[in-house]
Design a protein around this ligand. Structure first.
Ligand code: SAM
Length: 267
């Protein structure tokens, strides 16, 4: 088992609003650990979607010389990510508030893409959607982060509370860390549809999912490569040959979950 970064910062008051590292987080870190040797010298940039506490990107950046961009819709998660990375002397972790990886041009190729999504089957209303019920305002993706690698995030707890809406303060923020809607697939599918280019241009893509999400089908979707190809496949047309090869690198039975870590690499 990989040695998990420390996260004593997580006990700070505001961090009760952040998804705590759990079995899925640890399985994802183990999957990265298994690939470290192979990735060394080949990967220099990464993006983690939905970074939560930031331990996953902190782990990667502490093991390899990688600049790790981290996104989350939860401002507390971004603040904690910065603290956890500094606590572990991983200075190249950049938290950015955005929906999935909106705002990043598909031309900007990240070597590693990591996503531990909200995958638990739930009511539709519990899923975070831009402009949706849980967050009717269009998310502001202007900098809620610091570019200074050596300093802590430039915004305070008071500032987050002041800037945040009811959604952040009522606990909905933790619901949307877990809730994946129908079959737990809504956020995953939106990511695969809208950001397949980011996956296609990566060298390694790591995705966490559970049995209810239909991992086999997910692997098929990822292997087809681009959004256009996925659309073709969905409308019943013949897909192009695979550009990515997917494999299950970790499979664990945890509590009621059959947990899978899928890894996609270039063919
Ligand atoms: C299951 S948690 C995983 C957290 C962390 N990566 C880990 O492995 O411990 C899912 C995270 O995704 C974030 N999230 C949910 N919907 C999102 C979206 N549309 N865009 C960005 N982040 C999102 C949540 O706030 C939460 O931090």
């Amino acid at each position: 088992m990989a040695k998990i970064p420390t996260y004593s910062s997580i006990d700070i008051e505001e961090d009760k609003y952040v998804y705590r590292p759990d079995v899925d987080t640890f399985a994802l870190i183990d999957a990265l650990d298994l690939s470290l040797g192979e990735m060394r010298g080949k990967v220099f940039t990464s993006i983690e979607i939905g970074c939560g506490s930031g331990v996953v990107s902190t782990y990667l950046s502490s093991k390899l010389p990688v600049i790790s961009t981290c996104t989350d819709i939860n401002p507390f998660a971004l603040s904690l990510t910065k603290k956890v990375s500094l606590e572990n002397e991983a200075y190249c972790v950049l938290p950015i508030r955005t929906d999935l990886c909106s705002g990043f041009s598909p031309q900007f190729a990240f070597d590693v893409v990591i996503f531990n999504p909200p995958y638990v089957p739930s009511e539709k209303e519990e899923v975070w959607q831009p402009g949706g019920k849980l967050h009717p305002e269009k998310i502001d993706t202007s900098p809620a982060f610091s570019f200074d690698f050596t300093k802590s995030v430039s915004f305070s707890r008071e500032k987050i509370i002041e800037d945040s809406d009811e959604w952040v303060q009522t606990g909905n923020i933790l619901t949307c860390a877990l809730s994946g809607g129908d079959n737990g697939r809504e956020v995953i599918d939106r990511f695969l549809h809208d950001h397949m280019d980011i996956i296609a241009s990566s060298k390694y893509f790591f995705l966490v999912c559970v049995s209810e999400n239909n991992p086999k089908e997910l692997m098929k979707l990822i292997e087809l490569g681009t959004k256009r190809e996925v659309d073709q496949w969905e409308s019943g047309k013949t897909p192009k040959p695979c550009q990515k090869r997917c494999e299950v690198v970790i499979r664990r039975d945890c509590q009621s979950e059959g947990l899978y870590i899928i890894r996609a690499t270039n063919v």
